[in-house]
Design a protein around this ligand. Structure first.
Ligand SMILES: [Fe+2]
Length: 327
């Protein structure tokens, strides 16, 4: 079911064969495995299918060890200190309204009680990455699948697959926002259609550059709403404060033609004018768009195009240094 690992050089960019979650390899410099075409996310793990056809399991909250709760505490405290300055208001408000505490990995039942009352979503536990169709079906029914495990204490900034910190801390605050709640449900419905049309790679880019790595303008400045950024200590600062990446006004077709990085920080972030822009995306008829995407260019992650609405042009210094180029 899994594809073999590739080298870091080979895995510089992908065309979006999988629907990714989080990756955070900077601290270790380890390459990520090639994404699977069958599972949602990066195919680093190989958890066996649980007996339930929807892949859900009991969270097993009482089985977490003190060491695992301590990992959550470290991650939680550093992100809650950082994000009020870097994340959008909706994220910060969602984070504060949820029953999230430093000392304990959250109990999904308590989270779901609050989330259900607010936007009708719930969190369900899964053992790791799940097949795309299972993932989309959950989203289409307002169930967000979350890994029930947490990363190891010596791998705080390295993730092989999305864990409970990424899935809960990164994603759930924005699921408290009614627009994001509707958008992700629509994405799940669209994912099932895209799968039947063979267009998942293009749709995956939309998820990547919004739900995972999206920025939104607030008071004229880009702020974080994407879970891949919000759950990463290093990328939170990079995405908002570094002079290196491009920050480009969001355009749907542009995004769906753009490859992304799975092995490092993004070279470009796409910036919404407002979270309400996601509402319009939920109404887009993707079939004619998929037809157009069948022809025409694809763009490398760091490209800036003449027609782009550039908010901040990056100097590319970070990735240049990583490539060993002379500046
Ligand atoms: Fe994710």
């Amino acid at each position: 079911m899994q594809e073999p690992s590739r080298s870091a050089a080979e895995s510089d960019t992908v065309s979006g064969a999988a629907l990714p979650h989080q990756h955070d390899t900077r601290a270790s410099g380890e390459p990520l495995n090639q994404p699977s075409r069958e599972k949602h996310g990066l195919a680093a793990g190989d958890a066996a299918a649980p007996p339930s056809p929807d892949w859900t399991i009991d969270q097993g909250w009482s089985s977490y060890t003190e060491a695992e709760h301590a990992v959550w505490k470290t991650l939680f405290e550093r992100q809650t200190r950082l994000l009020p300055e870097l994340a959008c208001d909706a994220f910060v408000q969602g984070m504060r309204a949820l029953p999230l505490e430093a000392d304990r990995i959250p109990d999904f039942r308590r989270l779901s009680n609050v989330l259900m009352r607010k936007t009708g979503w719930q969190i369900v536990a899964v053992p790791g990455l799940v097949p795309d169709d299972v993932f989309f079906d959950h989203l289409a029914n307002r169930r967000f699948p979350s890994g029930n495990f947490i990363r190891k204490p010596d791998e705080l900034d390295y993730l092989e697959e999305p864990d409970v910190f990424h899935d809960v801390f990164g994603h759930v605050p924005m699921l408290m926002h009614p627009v994001m709640a509707d958008f992700i449900q629509a994405y799940g419905q669209g994912g099932l259609r895209a799968q039947s049309l063979g267009k998942l790679p293009q749709l995956a880019r939309l998820y990547w550059y919004t739900v995972e790595f999206g920025l939104v303008l607030e008071n004229g400045a880009p702020r974080i709403y994407g879970a891949g950024i919000a759950s990463s200590f290093t990328e939170s600062r990079f995405a908002v404060q570094s002079p290196s990446p491009n920050r480009i006004g969001f355009d749907l077709e542009r995004v769906m033609r753009t490859n992304y990085r799975i092995d490092d920080f993004q070279e470009s972030y796409f910036v919404l004018d407002s979270l309400d822009d996601l509402l319009h995306l939920a109404d887009v008829d993707f079939e004619p768009l998929y037809q157009r995407l069948g022809t025409g260019p694809e763009y490398a992650p760091g490209m800036v195009l003449p027609q782009d609405r550039v908010i901040q042009r990056g100097d590319g210094s970070y990735h240049s240094a990583r490539r060993g180029e002379n500046l």
